[in-house]
Design a protein around this ligand. Sequence first.
Ligand code: ADP
Length: 473
Amino acid sequence: MSDYNLIINGEKVTTGETFPVINPATEEVLAECPKASADTVDQAVAAARAAFPAWAATPDEQRSSLIHAIADKLAEHQGELMQLLTLEQGKPAAGFANLGAGFEFGGTLAWCHATADLVMPVEVIQDNDDARIEVHRKPLGVVGSITPWNFPLLIAIWHIIPALRSGNTVVSKPSEYTPLTTLRAIEIMNEILPPGVLNSVAGAGDVGAAIANHADINKIVFTGSTPTGKKIMESASGNLKRLTLELGGNDAAIVMPDTNVAEAAPKIFATALINNGQVCAALKRLYVHEDIYDELCEALAAIASSVTTGDGSGDVDFGPVQNKAQFDKVCALAEDARASGARFLTGGEPLPGAGYFFPVTIVADIADDTRLVQEEPFGPILPVLKFSDVEDAISRANDSTSGLGGSVWSADVAAATAIASRLECGTAWVNNHAMIQPDAPFGGVKQSGIGVEFGRYGLEEYTSIQTLQISKS
Ligand code: ADP
């Protein structure tokens, strides 16, 4: 039995099987989660399919106001959802620079409201004596959403809300590491939505694969690793599912010699360590000009030495790494960097005792070919690399198969902007990193993904174009 429910056609569904969800701060079982079978996935897709015609035909303003109502309803459950986030994901309520569970919850509401207010007006291409040609946006049908464990609530909202806003129905599967907040939020959202419009299933990669392969799903929106994104792309070919893939990144930042180190260091630190470094578009490779290298290393190390890592249920800056596999990867990357002769300014060893705790670790004098630089660590460890020539820094920054975000830091904004535009990435920031907002498109180039999320551009990915061509003569 489980205290948590899948929701199919507006009804709570119990399944025969459950799987344990672990609290990463204690390594104890937090709860049992219902596990979907292939049959459960079929039922969820059938419910979404049946609900689609009426939802697609619902007036646009009504869908908009229902989405505002969803945000208000979620807000009533803020305490409960934030607590669940901390228990299953590990992040503290406030945390460093207030970027913890409260930040995720605030983003959830902001994205709901902003997306509710988006519109996709009919575009008139031609209107003369010969013909009128209009471009209409139509919903695709049933959208399958597959989400990761770093932002269980916010990323589910990023998928679900634009899908619903544009008239699609949804089957959502959270990560098996962090299913509870998502399932509970979907249960709450169903108090507002008609039955079948939003359904949930839970389980591991096999349940995700059943969604990606399903002949009655029209689109997959996926946030997760690049290898899994590739598998989903393959599965999606069966019925030519539309895809939005938000995959891994190994974002580079270039810090120019005229940068004010005292001002930039806290911002660089926050954008690298946000969510304990478990963010696809966090700053992950820091290239610093030799003139200010030592000063910036010292400033970052000073901040890192002043922060606390511990159980997110307490008053700490950073919680645990979310799961054992990721924790083991962070430990292995640190060990490999140490063996290569890199200089550890802080941290470097897991904390003793239960829980997947790894302290904030700043690594200097590290070679480009080290695993920590080449692979996305997705944890609280930052390599700081030195450059003397900006052309060399740009080519090292671009020497990656991924291309999600990148940044340039400088007192000369115009010069920094010119360099930023040469970074091979979906978003390039100047004097910032990892900052996203609901009206600015966000997505990756190269192997960081396909398509974008957010704003009008993101919304359009949940639609197909119908061109209406009306002859007048
Ligand atoms: P991570 O390694 O960070 O957990 P994944 O990309 O493996 O990232 O997981 C992200 C999401 O993708 C999770 O919800 C997971 O269950 C799901 N998933 C894993 N394998 C597959 C697959 N073959 N097809 C579809 N979804 C999958």
